[in-house]
Design a protein around this ligand. Structure first.
Ligand code: IMP
Length: 176
């Protein structure tokens, strides 16, 4: 273990297998339809960029930024919207791509916000889900991994802005 390498929690290979499986399921579920994929920044950017390459449908990619966390590991409980989508969602199929559902606050608030745009449908894809922490009701339609309550980094997820570039999901130990 060194300063730059958190311990591997879920390997790059295991992530790739789940991303392919989710891509196949999304492709099947939306056959012959168009999809607006909304990447929830910043944490979902790596997952989303891999996932869209496994979806064989006409896509439009949008970005949204909202957070309930500051620089720490505990949710502030208040959602701040920093950037919204730039196209009309009216009558369109929307797939929200999130990094992790922890308390569920972030994604449940984002779903409500998107539903106000009168889309045809809204579905949620999440890389991770921590059921022990869930406080807000949320449906995850496409989930890569359910995990125990640990703070994970890598593959887009950060701790105080660090570790997003790791190709795997890792856990921090003493020294980080
Ligand atoms: P929620 O609103 O409590 O569901 O938190 C969701 C957001 O918290 C995610 O989009 C992440 O940005 C952040 N988050 C929650 N748990 C972790 C973690 O273990 N590692 C990194 N970020 C996390």
């Amino acid at each position: 273990m060194n300063f730059y390498s958190p311990e591997v929690f879920i390997s790059e290979e295991d992530i790739a297998i789940r991303v392919q499986t989710l891509g196949n399921a999304i492709t099947k579920d939306f056959a012959n339809e168009e999809l607006v994929v909304i990447c929830v920044l910043k944490g979902a950017f790596v997952f989303c960029s891999d996932l869209i390459k496994k979806i064989n449908l006409p896509l439009r990619i949008e970005f949204l930024s909202a957070s309930s966390y500051g620089d720490g590991t505990v949710s502030s409980g208040v959602l701040k919207m920093q950037m919204d989508v730039s196209c009309s969602l009216e009558g369109r199929n929307v797939l929200l791509v999130e990094d992790i559902v922890d308390t569920g606050l972030t994604i449940s608030e984002i779903v409500k916000h998107i539903e106000n745009h009168n889309p045809k449908s809204v579905r949620v894809a999440s890389l991770l889900y921590k059921p022990e922490k869930l406080k807000h009701s949320v449906t995850i339609d496409y989930l890569a991994f359910e995990i125990e309550d640990r703070f994970v980094v890598g593959y887009g997820l950060d701790y105080a802005g660090r570790f997003r570039e790791l190709p795997y999901l890792g856990v921090l130990n003493a020294g980080h």
